[in-house]
Write a protein that binds this ligand. Sequence first.
Ligand SMILES: Nc1ncnc2c1ncn2[C@@H]1O[C@H](COP(=O)(O)OP(=O)(O)O)[C@@H](O)[C@H]1O
Ligand SMILES: [Mg+2]
Length: 312
Amino acid sequence: MVGKIISVVNRKGGVGKTTLSIALGKAFVSEFAQSVALVDLDPQGTASQVLMRDNDYANLLRREQQGPLGTTTNISLVTLMKSEETVFDGMMSRCRYGMVHNITGRADVNFDLYPIQDEFWEFEYEEFRENQGQELDSKIARMLTTLTNTGDPRRRDWVIIDCPPGFTRSSRAALMASDMILCPFTPDEISVLGIPSFNSALKKLNRESGTNKRCYWICNRYRNQGNSSARWLRYAVENHADLLLRAGGLAETSENMDPLQSAYPIFQDSAQVQNNMSVEAPMTLQQTFGNVNANQIVSIAKTIKTEIEQNG
Ligand SMILES: Nc1ncnc2c1ncn2[C@@H]1O[C@H](COP(=O)(O)OP(=O)(O)O)[C@@H](O)[C@H]1O
Ligand SMILES: [Mg+2]
């Protein structure tokens, strides 16, 4: 089977794109024993920092800044995308950072990371200035084709793309190659009001590209008590029901759950955050990412699988 591509995207920052990308990847690996490649397309490199062991990320940055690179060291998407067409394939293998032991400790499932670094912002801008970004588009498409191509040793069941905020040249290329576009939003006014504007931008992109991609919105950072989560989730459902990810009877239910949540799966704020446990001792990025609600993410992963199997 050809691997499936999911882009996790929103114009807004801080809505949980990275959290959802990582948690979803982990769920595919540990719950379904499927393989995952996570492509970090956000030059802020949050996923890369969180997922790379010890000083590996810092070392990668230092080496790339020092250049020229040897032939055995890991590279980031910046070096990969700069590389000549003829060596691109080999460079892709050097960009691959295998993390199976971090994720499950099992040898029969794989979680690969394709890291990025800050310099990608500038590189992308230069690419656009020089050739309207066409070369970058085709390299991203080539990379995603390789990662999903049956028979290629780097092929994974799922390719998850952690997109940057906004609607950048590279994220457009990723969206156009995706089987599913997943947009996390937080239950607050600004985030919810961004739903239709993103949708219009996607429609425009569809018109330009002759495609028909839709996006699936999912509520993240829902809180059961003491804020207006329920109100903004309801508002989103009332105004944009057709854009929201629908559960299909698979959502986790519990006593204090809003009935809407069984129809539209949500991703709650982790218990640690809801209980303010992070206030006394600030959590590291790794801890925060490790503390999300496992049952909910598994139910979201199942919903996504079903949706893609039915419609793609
Ligand atoms: N479900 C969640 N529970 C607890 N904290 C979360 C959750 N989702 C996101 N966060 C926190 O919110 C912040 C922003 O999330 P992040 O995934 O980095 O957003 P984005 O990638 O959209 O910028 C991070 O500090 C992250 O740990
Ligand atoms: Mg992010």
